[in-house]
Design a protein around this ligand. Structure first.
Ligand SMILES: [Zn+2]
Length: 319
């Protein structure tokens, strides 16, 4: 991957704003690691006044939770400009998974760095959950803040991502950072080539893994094919979501599956054998289709031991 231009290395003394932000964090008892390459004047665009205390605390806690991931993710000289949490919205998932479950499994933390935007699926506390993507600023055609509080991200390859759940400060800050970073790209002649605007990231080494490749060439991490997950959900509803670590959704699917089996057995007991098998086929089919929709959106890791080098023999005893 292209390295960040040398001009981005921050060696100068802290500005007045940066000093004041660090002082405020200390005053409020909020700990942020000074050794991390945080661009605090961008990370905390609003920091004056007692009313900002809650926002400072939430962002500091999120950053602290992300630090183990940032240690592996950040490239030399790459700086953290902004972090925010949102929920990706998808009409298909609303229909087949339901609004509540879609909002739980689509929690996403955005990490805007000097080089790129990294999106990581996360749990409700903001801890990364193993699926991620990278988008270079040059691959974003536009970010618009909509009236209903959503953020509409239009990518250069024509895809469109819609996120809700961002605060007003986030919705104002992110388009500004995009504009500033795109200008920095142009000034440095930085134009990374991408197969698609939003590229899958390996959850282990954070290298890019191309679409339809299910093994990381860098570290050997293996990923589930969407059809493998959907096939398992067809056999047993919830299996695919258990493998994708959507445990709450998977337990719900188990109950829904159980109800469909009881109804099917009841129909068979009444002599309606075709209806009974039809109920099972429909229930399992809907679950498999929902799994397929979810699985296609990112690379979900397999719990397999990794192949460290091309000459090493593959060890699958962790299956
Ligand atoms: Zn990897």
């Amino acid at each position: 991957m292209n390295d960040i231009p040398d001009e981005e290395i921050k060696v100068e003394a802290l500005t007045d704003d940066e000093s004041e932000i660090w002082e405020r964090l200390a005053d409020y008892g909020l700990h942020l690691n000074h050794d991390f390459p945080y661009q605090v004047d961008v990370l905390f665009p609003v920091f004056q006044g007692e009313e900002t205390r809650g926002d400072l605390r939430r962002k500091t806690e999120l950053l602290t939770r992300l630090e183990p991931t940032l240690e592996n993710l950040l490239l030399p000289n790459e700086r953290v400009y902004y972090v925010a949490r949102g929920v990706q919205q998808s009409a298909l998932e609303l229909i087949f998974v339901g609004a509540l479950w879609a909002s739980i499994i689509n929690q996403t933390v955005f990490i805007l760095t000097s080089l790129r935007i990294v999106m990581l699926r996360c749990n409700s506390r903001g801890t990364p959950a193993g699926v991620g993507w990278v988008v270079f600023y040059s691959e974003i055609r536009n970010i618009r803040s909509r009236l209903l509080g959503t953020l509409d991200i239009q990518l250069s390859d024509g895809k469109r991502l819609i996120f809700g759940g961002f605060s007003k400060v986030d919705r104002e800050a992110m388009p500004e950072i995009l504009a500033e970073r795109r200008q920095a790209y142009q000034e440095h002649g930085f134009a990374p080539e991408c197969d698609s605007s939003r590229q899958n990231l390996c959850c282990t080494c954070f290298a890019v893994v191309p679409d339809r490749k299910y093994e990381c060439e860098n570290c050997g991490q293996l990923f589930w094919r969407p059809t493998e997950l959907a096939g398992r959900s067809m056999l047993f509803p919830a299996w695919g979501d258990f493998l994708m670590k959507h445990y709450a959704l998977a337990i719900f699917e188990c109950f829904a599956g159980l109800i469909s089996w009881i109804l099917a057995l009841f129909a068979i007991w009444l002599g309606e054998i075709g209806t009974g098998f039809g109920i099972i086929l429909m229930a399992h089919g809907i679950d498999a289709f929902a799994t397929l929709i979810i699985a296609f959106k990112g690379h979900h890791p397999r719990p397999a031991r990794r192949r460290r080098a091309k000459n090493d023999s593959f060890d699958d005893d962790d299956f």
